[in-house]
Design a protein around this ligand. Structure first.
Ligand SMILES: [Zn+2]
Length: 365
């Protein structure tokens, strides 16, 4: 595999505490002692890898249950590869395979790895499988939608829009998003990943204190079909738990699946699980960094009463999203649309949805 030319392979594992890193050379020898990094040290970890041995930057190997690092790493110009489960030994109940196993796989079987690019996204190379899973899941999603347990948008006759921000909190972009929302008195929903919530609790407290909603977006942003049902529920439970602990509020029951990857197998694992699946009807595709003008135009061309708008404020370079946000907020307000949380958007008619109750909702249309 000609792509991995640096002959330095950095396997990066995620755990409940943060990241573990092992760097091997072409002969499988340890180049430095293994190191541990907290979840809040992603930027430091990236700088350390970039400057490794005076610029001999290792190729980075993540597994498919880690959607936290490829965004910031590809944005920083690192070579990032994904190892899929069929290449790897079984994972523990919570956490990825070890850093050593990931680095060793890159060294011995590099042809099986997928090179992840900023443009292609985390699932580069698995798009067909992804779309097939979503397609097969559609009848189940339709049934859940009819039962009020899944929705893509709110009522079309109420002039309200829910902006949603995924993958945070983020040490840089979350503050900027909050400042902009504050300026306009707008509320939004943040689908946070547990790994980042544990690392940056103050930011999550600030989100909640400002009247925004915090939803569950899993712990490590995995490709859900790669998890066992137990691993999937562990991701949800641990995230709900840390959000409740940090905010002092009730654990969130609203879940947004990473990548929207709802295959029948994933849906079966969630059966009977106390969660409301929250999708979207306006996708800005801001993660692909199409330019702030394009991001704003997508929202203003597509959003209307009842819309749920998908954006991202974490796990990557989200500067364009931040730049686009004032135009998005102003454009929607000018049309007389109120910017509310998902909770408020889905509240039964005649309520303000802000009383914290979680009663029956009308099915979304
Ligand atoms: Zn996400």
């Amino acid at each position: 595999m000609s792509a991995l030319t640096s002959e330095r392979y950095a396997g990066i594992a995620w755990t409940g505490e943060g990241y573990e890193v092992e760097v091997l050379d072409g002969e499988g020898r340890r180049v430095v002692e293994p190191s541990g990094w907290s979840g809040a040290q992603a930027a430091e970890l990236i700088a350390w890898l970039r400057d490794f041995e005076g610029g001999r930057t290792p190729a980075v190997v993540l597994d498919s249950t880690n959607g936290l690092l490829d965004g910031p790493m590809t944005a920083a110009g690192l070579d990032v590869y994904r190892a899929d489960p069929w290449l790897l030994p079984p994972r523990p109940g919570f956490g990825s395979v070890t850093a050593g196993e990931l680095a060793e796989k890159a060294r011995t079987a590099p042809g099986g790895l997928a090179r992840v690019t900023a443009e292609g996204g985390t699932l580069t190379g698995r798009a067909e499988e992804y779309f097939d899973g979503v397609r097969r899941g559609e009848p189940i999603v339709a049934a859940l939608t009819a039962a009020g347990r899944c929705f893509e948008h709110g009522r079309r006759d109420v002039p309200r829009v829910a902006l949603t921000f995924d993958d945070g909190p983020d040490p840089v972009h979350t503050r900027q998003v909050l400042d902009i929302l504050d300026r306009y008195g707008a509320r939004a929903t943040f689908f946070c990943v547990g790994h980042h919530v544990a690392a940056l609790p103050d930011l999550v407290r600030r989100i909640a204190a400002a009247g925004h909603e915090v939803g569950n977006h899993s712990w490590s942003h995995p490709y859900l079909p790669d998890l066992t049902p137990e691993q999937l529920r562990e991701q949800l439970d641990r995230t709900a738990e840390v959000v409740a602990k940090v905010t002092g509020e009730e654990a969130p029951t609203r879940f947004r699946p990473p990548y929207g990857a709802l295959s029948p197998e994933v849906l079966a694992a969630l059966e009977g699980y106390p969660t409301t699946l929250t999708m979207w009807d306006v996708d800005t595709r801001d993660w692909a960094r199409p330019g702030p003008e394009r991001i704003a135009a997508t929202v203003l061309e597509s959003a209307g009463p009842g819309s749920v708008v998908l954006m991202h404020e974490g796990a990557g370079d989200r500067a364009q999203t931040v730049q686009a946000l004032p135009a998005i907020v102003e454009g929607l307000l000018e049309r007389g649309l109120e910017l509310v949380t998902v909770e408020e958007l889905t509240a039964p008619p005649g309520t303000d949805g802000a009383d914290g109750t979680d009663g029956p909702r009308p099915p979304a249309r």
